[in-house]
Write a protein that binds this ligand. Structure first.
Ligand SMILES: [Zn+2]
Length: 584
């Protein structure tokens, strides 16, 4: 979503030396980031700052300057060149100026009828496709209206009505269902447009076609750090909606490819997508994953409870949770029940019961009922080919002094995160709040460790690994928000908390309600959030976006260390409220 565009910006990290403090400049321009910006948006935001007490104006019109020296505004853009001059002045007159240009592009127009061409825009297929019998492939081009358009010199593409194509004429589209006899093997797709006079023009699509019906399903094996299954090909800044994270070595049935994404057949009516670089493809003819389920174990050791199911193959899985009663469901794909006994030992402390249901062909659902209302975490892995679901127990005493808490200060090192109008960096504000949190929690007797110490660059995967390896009972990630560059910066502010898994909603809500007592306005409690540190099921986790760097009023609060301490105090209160709400 646009409004999250600035949050957790690029996570590319490299070690950077901390810059020496320099005198504050009379004028800094944060957004737009470049001297020349090209956009199709009718608006763009301004984020800038000056020395407190100075005045700021844009093209001669004075701007509201906050006590920090920051300003924010939404600029309206005409089609074409929009020139701006930002000026800072004090009582003696203008002290600094900065000019910038924003070019607003025209919306896409129909190809003129008096030319004959196929445009490079809107061409499909746009990516290389591996197709299976029955798949649909869309051919599309934008070309001179009122002509005859074909692909492969044989398939005619009808021109679709302008009302179906954002008002554009000359959009030609045809959807073909693969018969499996096409024999394409990396074939290019050439479009030809022909006018009534018999003249022609051609263009080749960027994507190629391969008919792999004869080889599918191909077997693949997951590899690397936290390979993940996505529901579809949708993308956002955080990488598309995730169905499940898998262990390495899990075998998958591959039945298609779109660009760098492989399609995974999970069951007869369920599919998912995975990045190609997370899979080792096996030679054609390798059997796809399948297993009958064997005997179960349901038992506890001195720390955890377990459900194990014997399988003949490392099959993919996903999980979800339900409440009243509290249950964890794990769907295992490609498994067919042959489990005739489920031995339940008496040494489980969290697991009340475990059973299964063959939900549909190829979907074997393991259900684990817990004794407590709150899920305190679980993870799914393989020991050899045995599926192991390890369930964390609720701590015996629900007090901070009995807990270990991982604190994650967002960004760091070369990754500044969002930048406020004063030039303040999100990474520094996040760390300052986290240090308050650390001291407050330690004062309560909690054991605390940090996923980043100081101004260092730490990757997302390493943050997750260190939080889990450190034996944390809880993970709290602290960030500061920002809106996208085309949104009104003064319209959006306030605090928000985020969770991905339903079982951790209660924690994010408790913290949200508590932090609102600081006077920050509500931005929201956001579920299903696709943020890396919300992805583990292993321990309760929450993302706190304290307030908006892009809003000068919020930034002013975030720059105030007393206020950051208040936020930290309210986060601690929120955790305590949540602990109080857990049943014994
Ligand atoms: Zn962030």
């Amino acid at each position: 979503m646009t409004r999250f565009t600035g949050l957790c910006a690029a996570l590319l990290c490299a070690v950077a030396l901390r810059a020496q403090p320099v005198p504050r400049p009379a004028l800094i321009l944060v957004v737009p980031e470049e001297d020349t910006t090209i956009t199709t948006s009718p608006t763009y935001r301004l984020s800038a700052g000056t020395i407190p007490g100075n005045a700021l104006s844009l093209n001669g019109r004075s701007l509201k300057v906050y006590p920090t020296g920051a300003t924010a505004a939404l600029m309206n853009l005409e089609i074409g060149e929009n020139r701006f001059l930002l000026s800072a002045s004090n009582a003696a007159g203008t002290v600094a100026e900065k000019a910038f240009l924003i070019i607003r592009q025209k919306p896409m127009e129909s190809t003129p009828a008096d030319t004959l061409r196929i445009e490079g825009e809107l061409l499909e297929p746009a990516r290389d496709l591996w197709l299976n019998r029955g798949d649909m492939v869309t051919f599309q081009c934008k070309a001179t209206p009122g002509c005859r358009v074909t692909v492969f010199d044989s398939i005619a593409l009808p021109e679709i009505a302008a009302g179906e194509a954002n008002g554009l004429r000359g959009i030609y589209r045809y959807c073909l269902t693969l018969r499996g006899t096409e024999r394409w093997n990396g074939d290019s797709v050439r479009f030809t447009v022909k006018n009534s006079a018999g003249s022609t023009a051609m263009r080749t699509a960027y994507g190629t076609l391969s008919d792999k019906s004869a080889q599918f399903p191909l077997a693949g094996v997951t590899r690397g750090d936290r390979p993940s299954l996505n529901y579809g090909l949708g993308e956002d800044r955080l990488g598309g909606a995730k169905l499940s994270f898998l262990a390495p070595g899990v075998r998958l049935a591959i039945t298609g490819k779109n660009g760098n994404q492989l399609r995974v057949a999970l069951a007869e009516n369920q599919e998912a997508w995975i990045q190609q670089n997370q899979v080792d493809l096996q030679p054609a003819g390798t059997p796809p994953p399948f297993s009958l389920t064997g005997s179960w174990g349901v038992y506890g050791d001195d720390k955890f409870d377990y459900v194990t199911v014997a399988l003949d193959d490392k099959l993919p899985y996903s999980s979800f949770q339900e409440f009243s009663p509290t249950r964890i469901h794990v769907d295992v794909y490609g498994a067919v029940s042959n489990s005739n006994w489920i031995t339940q030992q008496l040494n489980t402390k969290e697991i009340a019961n475990a059973w299964y249901r063959q939900v549909e062909k190829g979907v074997f659902r393991i259900t684990i009922e817990l004794r407590h209302k709150q899920v305190w975490g679980y993870d799914i892995s393989y020991k050899g080919k045995m599926l192991v679901i390890r369930v964390r127990r609720q701590p015996e005493r629900l007090k901070l002094k009995m807990l270990t808490i991982a604190l994650d200060a967002g960004h760091g090192g070369s990754n500044d995160g969002a930048i406020g109008g004063t030039g303040a960096k999100e990474k520094d504000i996040n760390l300052a709040t986290v240090m308050h949190l650390k001291h407050l929690l330690e004062d309560e007797g909690a054991r605390v460790f940090l996923t980043r110490q100081g101004d260092s660059a730490v990757g997302m995967y390493d943050r997750i690994v260190s939080a889990l390896a450190g034996g944390a009972d809880l993970l709290i990630s602290v960030h500061s928000n920002s809106i996208g560059n085309t949104t009104d910066p003064e319209a959006i502010h306030g605090v928000s908390t985020y969770y991905r898994h339903q079982c951790y909603r209660s924690l994010s809500q408790a913290i949200y309600h508590s932090v609102l007592k600081t006077g920050l306005v509500q931005f929201g409690n956001v579920g299903g959030f696709n943020f890396a540190l919300n992805s583990p099921t292993d321990i309760p986790n929450v993302l706190v976006e304290q307030a908006f760097m892009s809003h000068p009023g919020d930034e002013m609060l975030l720059l105030n260390d007393d206020f950051r301490k208040k936020i930290a105090e309210r986060i601690v209160d929120g955790v305590e409220d949540w602990l109080d709400g857990c049943d014994d």
